[in-house]
Design a protein around this ligand. Structure first.
Ligand code: FAD
Length: 140
């Protein structure tokens, strides 16, 4: 099994419905293909961690890379793993910026991620990198 992390920039024309379409298809496909992971969307940036069988992940990544709903798709990390970080769901989605007017985004971010961290106790390089990039995203 491998874990793969990439980030990308959403096309300006992407609506909330488009994002929920991506999420719905991802949940369905990933569950069927035994892929787990997490998708973050914040300030037009996507950050995703995918985990599962190497060939399946590489095929999915090729499809994602070619998807015109985003651009500047950059693979930042991929490595073998023995155990999944995300065991209990096929795909989680955090729209960190949604309805955040007047709210402390950083504290919401930390709360969301302490919730996930509690469920992803097993630490890996990819896991740490994922949270690091997520923190950078929110602080930009
Ligand atoms: P299809 O039946 O081909 O398409 C499903 C729906 O998406 C249809 O409504 C179709 O109109 C629409 N659609 C598909 N491709 C495009 C496109 N290029 N532009 C506009 N609309 C389109 N897929 C996963 O399976 N798992 C993931 O974790 C995952 N993560 C993604 C993360 C991001 C940031 C993005 C942008 C896409 C992601 N995708 C993911 C979608 C992936 O790129 C493919 O579109 C999808 O895997 C195709 O699956 P399908 O053949 O079952 O869907």
């Amino acid at each position: 099994m491998i874990q793969l992390i990439y980030y990308s920039v959403a096309n300006v024309s992407l609506s909330e419905t488009d994002i929920y379409d991506i999420l719905e298809v991802s949940r369905k496909n990933n569950s069927r293909n035994n892929i787990t992971g997490c998708l973050l969307y914040y300030n037009d940036a996507f950050l995703q961690i995918l985990e599962g069988d190497e060939k399946t992940i590489e095929e999915l990544y090729a499809a994602i890379e070619a998807d015109e709903r985003h651009y500047n798709v950059r693979r930042v990390y991929a490595d073998d793993i023995q155990e999944r970080l995300f065991k209990d769901w096929s795909m989680d989605f955090y729209d960190l910026g949604k309805n955040d007017a007047g709210e402390n985004v950083t504290s919401r971010f930390r709360k969301s991620f302490s919730d996930i961290a509690n469920q992803t106790a097993q630490s890996t390089v990819a896991g740490e990198l994922f949270w690091d990039i997520a923190h950078q995203l929110i602080n930009d």
